[in-house]
Design a protein around this ligand. Structure first.
Ligand code: BES
Ligand code: MN
Ligand code: ZN
Length: 494
């Protein structure tokens, strides 16, 4: 898709379709008003006739546009004008794009970004528009034998902004939203693939291909022999039951001076989590193919960075393996030695995410990073605590936590901070090893973070638990692409 950002005027722009807002009680925004005036009341006539009221979600197509340069007008109901905010703006766009995908038009112009949107300037509106294009048209058909072919005919999507003063910013926004959308789709594709296709080796293949196609991006990998040499006994204990070899994938994007400390993103890459010997119940076990969503979000963020080529340094670390039962699998009570030297009593083999992340966090120290953020579908408890709206955020740094919360807010990909104070660490006491890998029923999300915290000494570190936000279950089962928006927003704000 080609996105064109300019200061087009609704009443002067030639296009197959002009997309304009109409608000509750038939109130017209400036573009609709201009069209109405130039056409001697075309729009007020349909409002007066009761054909459209401006309710959120309403769409009305006008095909009689004589006297106007546009062939058609789509009136998009946007609800109350005073409460038109980012959420309502996204809703209007999503409805419009979904409708458009069934139409044969090749070029359209949206004038929605000429309205006042609470909490969004022209740059943000343009970014949301291009992002919404990708998230709304996204389809996962890779595993269908017949790919449905009703792809949109659209080639060019015009985004008209209010004034020439904001055009440069809006173009940057559109470009960032486009990169974000591509990154989210990349992430969603990986996460939606089943565990028999999306193996650790498959993730490696995708990371390598991304690096091959991208300036300033390189991909390295540690195999099991190298992990063993480094002493990653915790990570290796998780992959022990699987015939698929574990891969420790390292992406390095160098867009700034070598002296600039990088940000490290660590993504949990369990390509399937059976629970291991502490086997999970069958009911929704299929959803554990999404247990590499943290890894997918790291790759998706790198995809967006690959597009934008910002002047920052970022490292992506993805420990990738399966968690399987088997005669070689780790058993409850087994004690393993992590790369940090700390011994871990594996009381529950289903608490495997922290076991691979801890060695990755230890490894992260060698980059002398400015900040380390790990992203993981880590605990079912987080889904109970926060549901699907907020990712769980835990950090030992108020500053880093604040920045991540702000990034999530701006990107409409919100996180909520949970406490990470000393007293929770008591729950990880082990009678036999330095620490246990589970902390009992209480505050499961926090004790998981506490466990990780034992491996982040000296780091500016934050942990995102995305168990509730990375994918949806039930009828709309599938990856959401979160928290790529938060991560990209955070990185670009550095
Ligand atoms: N991948 C799961 C967490 C999870 C559960 C994500 C449900 C999404 C939905 C993780 O590996 C796990 O199994 N965690 C256990 C930890 C427990 C054994 C301490 C959990 O949450 O039950
Ligand atoms: Mn598990
Ligand atoms: Zn897991």
């Amino acid at each position: 898709m080609r996105f064109v950002v300019n200061t087009a005027k609704a009443a002067a722009q030639k296009t197959e379709l002009a997309i304009v807002a109409i608000f509750e009680d038939g109130e017209l925004g400036p573009p609709a008003r201009a069209l109405d005036k130039k056409s001697n009341g075309l729009i007020s006539a349909v409002v007066d006739g009761g054909d459209v009221a401006g309710k959120a979600g309403e769409l009305l197509l006008l095909t009689q546009t004589s006297g106007l340069p546009c062939k058609r007008i789509l009136l998009v109901g946007c609800g109350a004008r005073a409460s038109f905010d980012r959420k309502a703006f996204r809703k209007a766009l999503t409805g419009t794009i979904r409708w458009l995908s069934r139409k044969p038009y090749t070029t359209v112009y949206s004038f929605l970004a000429q309205e006042n949107v609470r909490g969004a300037d022209a740059e943000r509106m343009a970014r949301i528009t291009t992002e919404c294009w990708h998230t709304t048209t996204y389809k996962f058909t890779e595993m269908k034998s017949k790919k449905d072919k009703n792809d949109s005919a659209l080639k060019s999507f015009g985004i008209a902004v209010k004034s020439s003063k904001v055009v440069t910013n809006a173009r940057r926004g559109a470009r960032q939203g486009n990169a974000l959308g591509l990154g989210m789709s990349f992430s969603r594709d990986l996460a939606n693939l089943p565990g028999n296709i999306c193996t650790p080796r498959y993730l490696l293949k995708k990371a390598r291909a991304l690096a091959r196609d991208t300036n300033r991006l390189t991909c390295k990998v540690l195999g099991e022999a190298q992990m063993k040499k480094l002493g990653m006994g915790s990570l290796l204990s998780v992959t022990a039951g699987s015939v698929e070899p574990a891969q420790f994938i390292i992406l390095e994007y160098k867009g700034a001076a070598a002296s600039t400390a990088p940000t490290v993103l660590v993504g949990k890459g369990i390509t399937f989590d059976t629970g291991g010997i502490s086997l999970k119940p069958p009911a929704t076990m299929d959803e554990m193919k999404f247990d590499m969503s943290g890894a997918a979000s790291v790759f998706g963020t790198f995809k967006a960075i690959a597009e934008l080529q910002p002047t920052i340094n970022v490292i992506g670390l993805v420990p990738a393996c399966e968690n399987m039962p088997g005669s070689k699998a780790t058993k409850p009570g087994d004690i393993v030695t992590s790369m940090s030297g700390q011994t871990i009593e594996v009381l529950n083999t289903d608490a495997e995410g922290r076991l691979i992340l801890c060695d990755a966090l230890t490894y992260a120290h060698r980059f002398e990073p400015a900040a380390v953020i790990d992203i993981a579908t880590l605990t079912g408890a987080c889904v109970i605590a926060l549901g699907k709206h907020h990712s769980g955020l835990m950090s030992t740094s108020d500053q880093l936590a604040g920045r991540l919360l702000a990034a999530g807010e701006k990107a409409d990909d919100k996180a909520w901070r949970l406490p990470l104070t000393e007293e929770y660490a008591d729950q990880l006491k082990s009678n036999f090893a330095d620490i246990a890998n589970i902390g009992g029923r209480e505050a499961g999300t926090i004790t998981a973070a506490c466990f990780l915290g034992k491996f982040t000494e000296g780091l500016e570190w934050a942990h995102l638990d995305i168990a509730g936000t990375a994918y949806r279950g039930g009828g709309s089962k599938g990856s959401t692409g979160r928290p790529v928006p938060l991560l990209l927003e955070f990185l670009l704000s550095r």
